[in-house]
Design a protein around this ligand. Structure first.
Ligand code: 16G
Ligand code: MG
Length: 550
């Protein structure tokens, strides 16, 4: 039960964060996300819920990140972070929705329901870490979170401006008593930079050209943070930062999502022929690479699939050199380019798993392996090492009988583990890992790109009256309703070569997403368009009929 004093504090404080009557939102794939003007009460209530979650986890620290990631500047959102730095457990997503949507006079009842259902001891201490992105609305909204935390008598720590993965990292560090690192932004920079410098020390012949990288900060929080990181790298990586927030708008024609979906470079960056560039998204939990080809000036994208391939290949080689028998797998979603899956399975002989879209699904699947590399094609991903895997690597490092090759591989593995933010996809950590791998392998971005050739693909979206009518199975690769849709897709796919297509309701926008890939760009575009028409026809399309891509 809520205690009397808590009861009163919540009732009084909640009047300062009133809920617009009738407004209903849902804790989606990555938390609540909508126009910032609709979120004050949600933030306050997520502060309350985080305080409950902390008590439920026996006083462990919970994280609350205020961001709408790659959405437009005028939106905002909030994500809850569980004690090990991972996304909040699905059962609590349901509570989040209930607490956010309770009308003003039902709020205490909704909280009481969570306390009873979870049998929470309200006399325990509780602690919550709060962070925010650079949106102008984030200052007030994170204050609303802090108000909620204190209304339930919990301690809070406000990290201010941080990337989403930095806040995840702080939560994990704090709850593991420093085992994972120090729970400060400075601690984060120093752990990652040391690991990076140790790795690149093993690549002594790097030229200045190889040390140069252009970064598109999406005009978001990743920009100031990557600058802070760079200051710790002693010139081992020289970053030209574009879209640093000084002039342009957040995520506007820039950032990882824009680059991936539009398949073209962001504005505000000079993509010089042959040079490596990367884009972060608005809260720096995604990254994609690209370059412009010398021969034809064509834009080449290296997305999450290419990143997963590079990282898993590197790790597999190190395991062989170190003589370590650990199972490694790559976890992807239906969006993974068919060429990447084929290359990983047939050439690299790596286990590949496919899950539903959304980081939590990939993260969960990756936990089933000694080493689980997971990436969404959109550039969100990381690597998880099981406790046993980390222990075996540590033990081997101490083995006096190891020969030089084994020793070197083990040290590289250890530093790789330190460089990776295992809590969640992290653009800064991923960037450093990719740069270190390219340096160690003496590989250019073109050579990396040439590991396999992407099948041309196209993503489209279709507006329908109710996207919940679309139900999928087999990790979103097949539509089981509405009736006839999958048959229609199958029929269309059959008329193209090397083709594949699927549709799924978006978890973040009121649309149905369509993906198609095929042997040529023209075929991929045509197939995506035809499948969009099938969705429009069979799933209650609204507005104008989808138009051809060109
Ligand atoms: C969110 C997810 C991302 C997913 C995307 C799909 C997290 C942290 N982020 O951004 O993983 O790819 O949603 O969006 O889980 P959609 O459902 O609108 O296609
Ligand atoms: Mg993001």
């Amino acid at each position: 039960m809520l205690k009397m004093a808590q009861f009163e504090a919540v009732s009084q404080q909640s009047l300062l964060h009133p809920k617009p009557a009738g407004l209903a939102l849902q804790y989606g794939t990555a938390g609540f996300r909508t126009h910032a003007g609709h979120l004050d009460h949600v933030m306050f209530r997520m502060g309350l819920l985080a305080a409950l979650r902390s008590r439920k986890t026996r006083g462990a620290t919970i994280g609350v990140m205020v961001t709408a990631s790659h959405n437009p500047e005028e939106d905002n959102g909030v994500k809850l972070i569980d004690p090990m730095g991972e996304m909040v457990t699905p059962a609590w997503e349901g509570y989040a929705t209930q607490v956010a949507n309770a009308e003003q006079d039902g709020l205490l009842g909704a909280l009481g329901h969570v306390v009873d259902a979870e049998d929470i001891d309200m006399s325990l201490d509780a602690s919550v870490f709060v962070g925010r992105d650079t949106r102008s609305s984030s200052v007030i909204l994170s204050q609303a979170v802090l108000d909620g935390v204190s209304a339930l008598g919990a301690q809070s720590k406000d990290y201010g401006l941080v990337t989403t993965p930095q806040l995840h990292y702080m939560v994990r560090c704090h709850n593991t008593q420093g085992d994972y690192g120090e729970a400060t932004v400075e601690g984060y920079y120093s752990k990652l930079s040391q690991a990076f410098i140790q790795l690149t020390r093993n690549a002594p012949n790097r030229t200045d050209d190889q040390k140069r990288l252009s970064v598109d900060g999406a005009n978001g929080v990743g920009a100031p943070k990557v600058r802070e990181m760079e200051a710790h790298l002693h010139g081992e990586l020289q970053i030209s930062l574009f879209n640093d927030g000084a002039a342009g708008r957040l995520n506007h024609q820039c950032g990882a999502d824009h680059v991936k979906v539009q398949q073209r470079p962001p504005t505000g960056i000079q993509v010089r022929v042959g040079e490596r560039c990367c884009s972060f998204d608005g809260d720096a939990d995604r990254i994609v690479y690209y370059y412009s080809g010398a021969e034809e000036g064509r834009f080449h994208l290296l997305d999450g699939d290419k990143i997963a391939t590079l990282i898993s290949t590197f790790l597999k080689e190190l395991l062989t050199q170190a003589g370590l028998d650990l199972d490694i797998a790559v976890v992807q979603t239906a969006y993974a380019n068919g060429s990447s899956t084929r290359y990983l399975e047939d050439t690299m002989k790596v286990t590949v798993r496919c899950t539903k879209t959304g980081v939590k699904h990939l993260h969960h699947e990756a936990q089933h392996f000694d080493i689980g590399v997971y990436f969404e094609a959109n550039g969100h991903g990381t690597v998880l090492f099981s406790k046993e895997a980390e222990q075996k690597i540590r033990q081997l490092a101490l083995d006096p009988n190891s020969n030089d090759e084994r020793k070197r591989a083990t040290v590289l593995l250890q530093n790789t583990v330190h460089l990776i933010n295992q809590t969640v996809g992290d653009a800064i950590s991923d960037m450093l890992l990719i740069e270190a791998i390219l340096a160690l392998k003496g590989m250019t971005v073109q050579q990396w790109d040439a590991m396999y050739t992407d099948l041309p693909n196209r993503q489209l979206k279709v507006k329908v009256s109710d996207r919940r009518l679309i139900d999928t199975a087999d990790a979103e690769r097949r539509a089981v309703s509405p009736p006839g849709l999958q048959d229609a897709i199958d029929g269309l796919v059959r008329s193209y070569t090397q083709a594949r297509s699927f549709v799924r309701p978006s978890g973040t926008e009121d649309v149905v997403r369509v993906y198609a890939e095929a042997e040529t760009q023209e075929s991929a575009d045509d197939l995506a368009h035809e499948v969009s028409l099938a969705v429009y026809r069979l799933a209650g399309g609204v507005g104008d009929q989808p138009k051809p891509v060109h």
